[in-house]
Write a protein that binds this ligand. Structure first.
Ligand code: HEC
Length: 141
């Protein structure tokens, strides 16, 4: 998706030969994937009430919880600068609890919730991966 959008911008015909390849190389090098509206929408719908609109753990529901929702912009920083994909994915899915990551979780088990909303397993996986990508894109350096 990202490439397609870039390519459309770049493909002004005469310019293509001279500029397209170097620009594509630059686009590929920028590691944080740009966020789609849909990804942000999912985040706002499912996560922002607790984790806040910018992911900082300051959503309107946060004050009512025993445990402060995590600041989701710090996940990479707290993991030696590497965004912890697998761990984050497991936490959102709910398998994090089984792995003992989450303690007494006040956070909903999203894998099950998405299934309850009528999604099949591949759809659930896609939704979770899309949210994980979104989180990867909001990491503070
Ligand atoms: C009802 C409030 C609530 C909602 C909604 C919620 N969370 Fe959480 N989340 C928490 C709380 C509280 C914690 C941290 C405390 C804990 O261990 O239970 C947490 C922790 C996390 C962590 C672990 C961070 C770390 O460093 O260990 C991740 C990742 C996370 N949430 C992602 C999400 C995502 C993505 C969504 C939306 C799909 C979401 N959360 C929705 C309350 C919530």
């Amino acid at each position: 998706m990202r490439m397609r959008r870039c390519v459309q911008k770049i493909l002004a015909p005469q310019r293509f030969a001279a500029f397209a390849l170097p620009l594509l190389a630059v686009a590929g090098a920028a590691s944080a994937a740009p966020v789609s509206d849909l990804q942000r929408q999912d985040y706002m719908e499912y996560c922002a009430s607790c984790h806040g609109p910018m992911g900082r753990g300051d959503g309107p529901v946060a004050a009512e919880l025993k445990k402060r929702p995590a600041d989701l912009t710090q996940l990479a920083k707290n993991n030696n600068g590497q965004f912890p994909y697998t761990r984050v994915r497991a936490i959102i899915d709910g398998r994090g609890q089984a792995l003992g990551i989450h303690g007494p979780a006040e956070m909903p088990v999203w894998g099950q919730r998405f299934r309850d909303e009528g999604n099949n397993d591949p759809q659930v996986r896609a939704k979770i991966l899309s949210i994980v990508d979104y989180l990867a894109s909001i990491q503070e350096k």
